[in-house]
Ligand binder design. Structure first.
Ligand code: HEC
Ligand code: HEC
Ligand code: HEC
Ligand code: HEC
Ligand code: HEC
Length: 397
């Protein structure tokens, strides 16, 4: 019986939707690129792409565990599901009923699925051989097909890159337009159509992005600058200077990225205070993952005395069956979307506090709102940390 189930598990894993190409050990992890691309490996290592594995991101891990518990699906099946975008070089891309039965009976140890989710080769999450082994992006596919299900891989050892004339002693190279002319297409493989198990789409960067704006890489990998792409002396004993970018993919977790990311202005009219938040970026803010939060803190003063404080939270709440609050991934419904659209503004009207002679407004960003932090019992201080965006004061009449 045990062997029969194992056989079924193995067999069913062969019929996954996406075609898996095994990555040769020589290319599997970023260690093997260090000898010639040390700068890039170091930059990437600081990025959140390098933390997208179950072991390395508390928020991801606890969300995944929570989804497994609440949907009564095996942890491994949920890991395979999330790997679509978080761990795309996984060797198994779907699981089925037979696997679920085997998992419930504790007979899946040593199965293809168990080996796949625990493989060392995927422990780096979104690493070099994710982006640089993509050979084809199927934009004609249904919008819900993302990550693994939207791409085809190069043969192991062929690196996709931005240059047409690159030569390397260690690997083959191939040029693709989604590495130079149209890199947004690469980002949208995963940064789009992120949805709950019930089909609620809580992020859709591809739809909200204003076409013709700067490219994602121009802000999240920085402007082009001159440096070597590889330190190996490949060209007549010399290196070549190239247009390169920073592989840190700095974003929501980085303080400096938030400074002035939004513009704040204040106006007084009769008994009200009007707070305007303008978004100059080409996508919504907050965007990306659900449960992100903008927080406004108003401090009213009379002379130098603080006479009152008020906090306004702009965040999305998610509910499951019977209106129970939940995390984005289990949402059946979401509350009104309060994020500020690309190149648009939001005006909030608040009543003035009596006796106040001035008001100071501070705008901060928080990675995870209080509701989701407590549902998941997140411990890391980074999840509740306030990232400063802007501040304004106004003398009141
Ligand atoms: C999330 C996708 C992604 C990941 C992960 C990634 N890269 Fe890149 N890489 C790019 C893009 C996009 C460019 C092109 C940047 C440009 O010039 O516009 C690039 C460019 C490069 C280049 C050309 C020189 C340069 O800096 O622009 C090299 C070499 C390179 N990457 C190596 C690596 C290595 C080694 C790793 C792993 C440590 C890695 N990349 C991880 C997306 C990625
Ligand atoms: C022995 C040295 C060496 C090692 C090891 C090495 N590379 Fe390279 N790589 C090069 C050289 C040389 C180039 C060409 C640089 C240039 O043309 O400016 C290059 C170019 C690239 C490019 C750009 C290709 C293009 O067409 O634009 C990518 C992407 C890349 N390497 C990824 C990797 C990854 C990922 C690893 C690790 C798995 C790796 N390399 C390991 C030497 C190496
Ligand atoms: C294979 C899927 C995939 C691709 C391709 C991809 N990303 Fe990501 N990206 C992710 C995931 C998953 C995360 C979240 C990782 C985490 O926080 O654990 C992420 C996180 C980020 C972040 C947030 C970092 C932070 O500090 O909050 C930025 C910015 C980002 N990616 C930019 C890009 C850009 C630009 C491209 C295109 C060049 C790109 N990504 C391509 C999947 C992808
Ligand atoms: C003009 C610069 C600019 C461009 C272009 C841009 N972004 Fe952003 N993005 C920002 C800023 C500023 C923020 C807010 C600070 C931060 O998170 O980096 C941000 C935030 C993000 C976040 C985190 C959002 C959150 O609330 O969790 C992700 C993910 C992201 N961008 C991905 C992308 C992708 C993918 C593209 C291309 C479609 C893109 N960005 C294009 C400037 C830009
Ligand atoms: C369609 C591709 C895709 C799938 C499938 C996916 N994610 Fe993500 N996920 C992303 C991207 C892209 C980001 C980065 C967005 C950002 O930083 O704002 C992300 C970010 C996250 C974050 C925030 C991490 C952080 O450090 O702030 C959590 C938590 C998360 N995902 C959980 C999950 C879970 C759990 C699953 C499986 C049930 C899953 N994701 C499946 C694309 C995906």
């Amino acid at each position: 019986m045990q062997y029969f189930l194992l056989f079924l598990v193995t067999l069913s894993s062969l019929f996954g939707a996406a075609k898996v190409v095994a990555v040769d050990e020589r290319y599997q992890d970023s260690q093997s690129c260090k000898a010639c691309h040390l700068r890039i490996v170091k930059e990437w290592d600081e990025s959140w792409h390098s933390k997208s594995h179950y072991q390395n991101d508390e928020y991801f891990r606890k969300s995944l565990d929570y989804v497994s518990r609440k949907t009564r699906k095996s942890l491994n099946s949920v890991k395979v599901q999330c790997a679509t975008c978080h761990n795309p070089r996984i060797s198994v891309t779907s699981t089925d009923e037979d696997y679920e039965i085997a998992a419930v009976m504790g007979l899946d140890k040593g199965s293809e699925v168990d080996k796949a989710v625990n493989a060392d080769s995927i422990s780096e999450g979104i690493n070099c051989v994710v982006c640089h082994n993509i050979d084809k992006i199927h934009d004609e596919y249904d919008a819900s097909k993302r990550g693994i299900n939207r791409v085809e891989w190069t043969k192991s050892g062929t690196m996709t890159g931005p240059f047409r004339d690159a030569k390397s002693p260690y690997h083959k190279t191939i040029h693709h337009e989604f590495m130079d002319k149209n890199p947004n297409k690469l980002c949208f493989v995963c940064h789009a159509n992120d949805r709950s198990v019930n089909g609620v789409i809580f992020t859709n960067m591809q739809d909200e992005y204003v076409k013709g704006s700067k490219k994602c890489v121009e802000c999240h990998m920085g402007e082009h600058r001159q440096d070597v792409a590889a330190t190996y002396k490949m060209y007549d004993g010399k290196v070549k200077m190239r247009n390169v970018r920073h592989h840190g993919f700095k974003g929501a977790h980085t303080d400096t990225m938030w400074l002035h990311a939004l513009r704040l202005s204040l106006k007084e009219k009769k008994n009200s205070l009007y707070i305007t938040i303008k978004n100059p970026q080409p996508h919504n803010i907050p965007s990306g993952f659900g449960a992100r939060e903008l927080e406004l803190t108003l401090t009213y003063k009379n002379g130098t005395n603080v006479i009152g404080k008020k906090t306004i939270s702009l965040t999305t709440h998610y509910v499951r069956k019977k209106g129970k609050k939940t995390i984005p991934h289990l949402a059946l419904k979401e509350s009104e979307n309060v994020s500020i659209a690309a190149h648009e503004k939001k005006v909030l009207k608040v009543s003035k506090m009596k006796g106040a002679s001035s008001v100071e407004v501070v705008l901060n960003y928080v990675l995870v709102n209080e509701e989701v932090r407590s549902l998941l019992k997140l411990k890391g201080k980074n999840w509740s940390k306030r990232h400063f965006i802007a501040k304004k004061s106004l003398e009141l009449k």
